[in-house]
Design a protein around this ligand. Sequence first.
Ligand SMILES: Nc1ncnc2c1ncn2[C@@H]1O[C@H](COP(=O)(O)OP(=O)(O)OP(=O)(O)O)[C@@H](O)[C@H]1O
Length: 663
Amino acid sequence: MAVLPRLLQTRYSSAAIPPGDLCVSAPTGSGKTLAYALPIVETLIGRMVPRVRALIVLPTRDLAAQVKVTFDMLLRGTDVRAILITGQTAFATEQAQLVANEEWDVVTEENGSSRVDIVIATPGRLIDHLKGTKGFTLRHLRFLVIDEADRLLNQSYQDWLIHVLQAAEQPARDAPPVAVPTDLQSSHWARLGFKVNDLHLPVHSVQTHRHALSSTAVATSTSTDTTQLATPHFIHHYTPLQKLLFSATLTRNPAKIASLHLYNPTYVAVAASQDTTTETASATTTPVTDEARYVAPSTLEERMIVCDSAGDKPLTLLHVLYNLNAKGVLVFTKSVEAAHRLAALIQIFDRARRKEKEADTDSSSSSSDSDSDSNQPDTTPSTRTITSPAHAFSSDLPPSTRKRLLHSFQTGSTSALICSDVMARGMDLGSSVHHVINYDIPTRIKTYVHRIGRTARAGREGTAWSILEPREVRWFKGEIGKVEREGRKVRRIKVGMEETGNLVKGYSRALAELGGLVKGMEGKDRKEKVRKEVEAKGNSKTKEVDIESSSDSSSSSTSSSDDSDSSDSDTDSDSSATSTISSSSSSPSTSNPTHPSSTNDDNHHRDEPAYTATHTHTTITTPIMKANTTRLEDALQRVANLISPLQTQHQRMGAGEWWDEDA
Ligand SMILES: Nc1ncnc2c1ncn2[C@@H]1O[C@H](COP(=O)(O)OP(=O)(O)OP(=O)(O)O)[C@@H](O)[C@H]1O
């Protein structure tokens, strides 16, 4: 990673000129985590006293946990300590791990009493500790890393930043003064175009770098060698705070990063092949018009399938999963609810398919041996099944369930995860993701870039599919043109009745089961029961652990101690909008379908689907498909109505709690 040498270099740089801040935009899977983790660990090894010297802020708990694993690996065998504070552990436990239980005196009161060196946190829980944990201070911070910065700096969710900057900008009382030629600094800042104040410091960096003039400080020396100062005129030069911003889609808009008060920042943009890196000095002062560079991994193949109608999407997806035998698949939907419903459909379909296969086997084994076909190995695509059904993966699941699902996926026990956008950013599932499928296309190209970046990571190959409705094609083609892909093209794959016909029988059976399931629930405690039944049906035939229904004491304790961080688990772009597969009951759209963003309230519903229109089925290929689709949609809509508790969590959330990419 191109920024690694630069960060390691700043470790040895002169104290007189603090290292500038860095804004790094590099493709998904290019190793941004190690790019900041390695220099941080290198810098902190050999420290005398534990202090919180590095803070890494991430938008979701899953991501924070992932980064903690990386740090733990790098810190093995050292006495440098990292802690994860995301609210998955009781607050008091986190406090005990964060600060030492010492007798407080003036020094420890002001400088804290840290047990750790590196804090990896989600914003809400971090603020809780800043407000409520005595001895927890950011005065000694050397590195502030904001990973997935464009998301975290979202305008509607920036309160955390104000608190963090305030906490970090208080000078540490125990920091030794360092002799610094202030006139050197003065000319240095002037050269860089900064306005210099009475302290010979750039105005906006005074707080950022926590400089303060000592009582006798009047600097006179012009020497660049601070050790040769004959008369030590000191200014206190506390540990410089370096801010590091990372994302695959980092904004270049100065207005959006202004709140960070970046000091002498450099914008580093890394190309897909990593042999091209462009740097722009003073990212906050250079007028930059383009928002960001979006780069697809060089090892990614992108494909699109245009369905005749929205109603064809489930069969098209099943075609990719079963006929093309895709494994290691992340399927992205537009909401939590859509993910759970689609997973339920696939689970029931899979079960029906297995039954069908068993029945076929029984009948063929009882038939005459003279039937030559029965002796043939079963190689037809129609009878292949994925090794286990798909599972939903969303912020609606408790953290421990998500963890187990990830493990199940990474070990190959689960072939497909049907995800909300909680999975879209930053998640690194190693070599286990071979395909990413945009079942619902995202309404922003930035989300597309993050989704497809779950595969083809670290030089591995991968395929991204987008399943489109006809009216989405124009917008999609326009948007994907904004992604740099080094001359590669997005391939259009044709999928029609000829390809999906073999799935219709099992699909019908799944519909029948789903319909029966709903009927059987009528008159009872519908909501809870239907949800559990749908999940149980989907899971009962799998050989793996019963992931969905497992109890999770840690997560339940979390929820009570974690109110402030509830938004972290909902950094989904999920909304309560109806899904495509239940579109028959959705209300007509008044939007222009070629401009998905025009339907969005950008301030509050980042991924509010742009396509909430009624999906007419006049273009469905065959009558049987039409009938099946209508029945499916009716049945799923009824299930959707009954499992509405999934939505309540989101309905409770205020508008300001929604993540909002690029508002
Ligand atoms: N030098 C390297 N050689 C091989 N693999 C590497 C190297 N550096 C990082 N990796 C691996 O590449 C994968 C992706 O790294 P990482 O998660 O940091 O990507 P990222 O750039 O942060 O992507 P995203 O934008 O999706 O968050 C990880 O599995 C990591 O272990």
